[in-house]
Ligand binder design. Structure first.
Ligand code: 5GP
Length: 212
């Protein structure tokens, strides 16, 4: 049997790629398999966002205190605000064998990968650049300056896309969630994630041969 250990999964993607929607779909369909880390941020809540569900909304002072106390697995500044991943939840869920998803931007992703090399890095995109801009404008939750800042940010992010393990194109929510699930299933069967299984065969066969 392939590894049943939880995998730490980083999902990044352009603002407007539909990450949030795909992740919600994945969690609703496979609640046993996945845990979504809730981040802390200093940005203001958008309409409909809930404390402790969408984010832990914190002041800059509170956030800086979390950094100082070593409570974050990683953090980054993105379009003028801090975003960070609380460490305790991630540890707890991985230990319980769940796959933990961090929906975070690229700087944070690189930090997590540097500290935890077995992290699976996924980058989500819409089908093309025109569609990305259309989705950003249609979201209707941000002013023009923020939309422009997010487009510039997306252009910057293209520089690190090739550091990711997989690029996942989101042209349909369900198909995209299935693609992510397949990637995770393949990863779990990878040789690098199954050293114990390999060792068990080595030792098991050695023992049998000794008895011959
Ligand atoms: P938004 O303001 O649209 O909710 O998020 C802006 C960006 O911050 C997105 O790319 C999102 O994935 C990223 N982000 C959310 N939480 C975290 C986090 O804990 N750490 C990092 N590094 N990025 C995050």
């Amino acid at each position: 049997m392939a590894s049943d250990k939880g995998i730490l999964i980083v999902l990044s993607g352009f603002s407007g790629s539909g990450k949030g929607t795909v992740v919600k779909h994945l969690l609703a369909k496979y609640p046993q398999d996945f845990a979504l880390s809730v981040s802390a941020t200093t940005r203001s809540p958008r309409e409909g966002e809930e404390e402790g569900v969408s984010y832990f909304f914190r002041s800059r002072e509170q956030f800086e205190q979390m950094i100082a106390q070593g409570e974050l697995l990683e953090y980054a500044e993105y379009v003028g605000n801090y975003y960070g991943t609380p460490l305790s939840y991630v540890r707890e869920k991985l230990a319980a064998g769940q796959n933990v998803i961090l929906e975070i931007e690229t700087q944070g992703a690189m930090k997590v990968k540097a500290e935890h090399p077995d992290t699976l890095l996924l980058f989500m995109t819409p089908p093309d650049a025109g569609e990305l801009i259309r989705r950003l404008k249609n979201r209707g939750t941000e002013d023009d300056a923020t939309i422009t800042a997010r487009m510039k940010q997306a252009a910057e992010e293209t520089r690190v896309m090739d550091a990711y393990d997989y690029i996942v194109v989101n042209d349909d929510v369900d198909a995209c969630a299935q693609k992510i699930l397949s990637i995770i299933q393949c990863e779990k069967s990878s040789a690098k994630r199954n050293p114990e299984l390999i060792e068990k065969f080595r030792l098991g066969l050695q023992d049998i041969l000794k008895g011959e």
